[in-house]
Each structure stands twice: as structure tokens, then as C-alpha cells.
Write a protein that binds this ligand. Structure first.
Ligand SMILES: NC(=O)c1ccc[n+]([C@@H]2O[C@H](COP(=O)([O-])OP(=O)(O)OC[C@H]3O[C@@H](n4cnc5c(N)ncnc54)[C@H](OP(=O)(O)O)[C@@H]3O)[C@@H](O)[C@H]2O)c1
Length: 257
């Protein structure tokens, strides 16, 4: 096979850069674009076999609409977005190329593939889908093949509920008004571990987590479940002792573990 040329829109940073490094190591010629690079996304679409969109969620639809029409039959259009339903539908709508939805279930700092999962959603065609799947598997990642809808539904637990819980914890602690420097003097190992996660979510990329929650088509259901469960916990504690909450936790544990 001739040397594959890949253009990564949003490849100057984050997940795009992660993929650029991986594919360069695999012998591909990789071009990266960002808002300040001389090469634009449309330039990359004109010269690359595979064009990957890896920009912030809020910019993804616009970039796909701009670039998609320039990615033609025989090429592939792929994305790394944390949500899959809308981006895959938009790629199919705006391009006649092969389409691959991809969501690496880890952040850009991961360099050791073992134990890390990547979801692939076949969109259109199988030449480039087979090619990228083989690269991920060869390098040691675990590939899960799912539809965009299946992916987004599972992300309501792994990301929406999970990050919602972290955001609620951080905002509730902030609302108490107690300085964290004081709280930290009383910290336990579990508290420290949780606050490390709160700090990451609140300070490193709050936009990413807000958009992951806001953009999931099933978020409304999960928000209602979360609200219902918090209400249930409050009512279980109304008697003033923990016995009813303990029983509810034991029932949930039987379902979970
Ligand atoms: N971070 C994660 O943990 C993670 C994990 C899995 C999937 N994802 C997904 O990966 C995608 C990128 O997220 P990220 O965290 O890697 O973001 P990021 O670190 O902020 O990087 C975004 C990249 O997009 C470029 N960019 C921003 N706006 C652009 C625009 N309007 N047009 C063209 N390029 C633009 C940026 O370059 P310039 O600033 O130079 O323009 C940069 O290269 C998102 O869809 C996200 O859902 C993220």
C-alpha cells in the first residue's frame, strides 16, 4: 500500500496531536491544521487520503460542514468527537467520502495503549474503516465497534453521569464557602483522590465536560434519574438514622457488583 496521507484538523493540540503522533509512528504522512496554521482544513481535505476532525465539540459541526464537501469518494472523513450521533450524521450529510466515527476513551496524555479502549462507529464504506481499525489493534488498543446511538447511550453513564456527579461535588463544596485550604487539613485519601478529579474537570477543560453533558441526546433522562436519586437519598435519611440508606445501598450493590 502506498504511504497514506492523513490531515488532522485540530491536530496541533490535544487528541488530534495524539493521533498525529500515533499515525506518524505508523509511517503515515501527517498534516496538522489549527486556526493559525498556514494549511487550512480545506487544503488538507484536497490532498489527504484520510481527513480527521478533532476540534472542540462546539466547533465540530461547522468544521464538518466546511470541510466535508471537499473530501471525495475514495477518501475518508473521520472524527474523534466525544459524542457520535450528530458528528457521524453530519459527516454522512456533508461528504460523499467513506465515513468513520471514532472516540478514544482516554485523554491526550495516554501513550501506553494497553488497557485503553477506542470506539469505532462505521459510517460509510469499509476500506478506510478496516485500515484505521487495524492500526489501533496493531498498536495495542482495544477497539469496540458500536453504532453512534449505542455509543452515546453508554456515554450517558461513563461520561454524563460521572462528570455530572463530579461537577455537583465541586459546586456543592464551593457553595459551603469553606476555603479548600482549610478543608484539605482534614483530608482523607479518598477525598484527595476525588478533589484531584474535581480540579481536573473544573480547571483543565471545563468547556469539554460541559459540552459532553449538554450535547448527549440522552442527557435529559440521566439528569432526571440523578435528581430522582438525590431526592430518594434525602427521603431515606428523613428518619434521622442511616438504616434505610444502608438497605438501599445494599440493594443497589447487588445489581452493580
Ligand atoms: N481531551 C479529551 O480527553 C478527549 C478525549 C476523547 C475525545 N476528545 C474529543 O477530541 C476533540 C478535540 O478535543 P481536545 O480535548 O483535543 O481539544 P483541544 O486540546 O482544545 O484541541 C483542539 C484542537 O482544535 C483546534 N481548533 C480549535 N478550534 C478550531 C476551529 N474552529 N477550527 C480548526 N481547528 C480548531 C486547536 O488548534 P488551535 O487552537 O491552534 O486553533 C487544537 O489543535 C473533541 O471533539 C473532544 O470531544 C477529547
Amino acid at each position: 500500500m502506498k504511504k497514506v496521507t492523513v490531515g488532522i484538523i485540530g491536530g496541533t493540540n490535544g487528541m488530534g496531536r495524539w493521533l498525529a503522533d500515533l499515525l506518524t509512528e505508523q509511517g503515515c504522512t501527517v498534516h496538522v491544521t489549527g486556526r493559525k496554521t498556514r494549511m487550512t482544513g480545506v487544503d488538507a481535505a484536497r490532498i489527504c487520503d484520510v481527513v480527521v476532525v478533532s476540534v472542540p465539540i462546539s466547533a465540530t459541526a461547522g468544521v464538518i460542514a466546511d470541510v466535508g464537501p471537499h473530501v471525495k469518494k475514495g477518501q475518508a472523513l473521520m472524527d474523534l468527537t466525544s459524542l457520535k450521533k450528530d458528528p457521524v450524521a453530519l459527516m454522512l450529510q456533508h461528504s460523499e467520502a467513506e465515513v468513520v466515527g471514532c472516540h478514544p476513551l482516554f485523554g491526550p496524555s495516554v501513550t501506553e495503549p494497553s488497557g485503553h479502549n477506542i470506539v469505532l462507529c462505521p459510517g460509510r464504506g469499509d476500506v478506510w474503516y478496516t485500515w484505521i481499525k487495524a492500526i489501533f489493534e496493531k498498536t495495542g488498543y482495544t477497539v469496540l465497534e458500536r453504532t453512534p446511538g449505542e455509543h452515546d447511550r453508554m456515554m450517558t453513564i461513563v461520561q454524563v453521569l460521572n462528570h455530572l456527579n463530579t461537577i455537583a461535588l465541586g459546586m456543592a463544596i464551593a457553595e459551603t464557602g469553606t476555603p479548600l485550604s482549610e478543608v484539605n487539613q482534614f483530608s482523607t485519601p479518598i477525598f484527595r483522590a476525588k478533589m484531584d478529579i474535581v480540579k481536573k474537570i473544573f480547571t483543565e477543560a471545563p468547556e469539554l465536560y460541559a459540552d459532553i453533558i449538554a450535547g448527549n441526546p440522552d442527557t435529559k433522562d440521566v439528569l432526571q434519574t440523578y435528581e430522582r436519586v438525590v431526592g430518594k437519598i434525602i427521603s431515606l435519611l428523613a428518619g434521622g438514622d442511616g438504616s434505610r440508606l444502608k438497605e438501599a445501598m445494599e440493594t443497589a450493590a447487588k445489581k452493580l457488583f
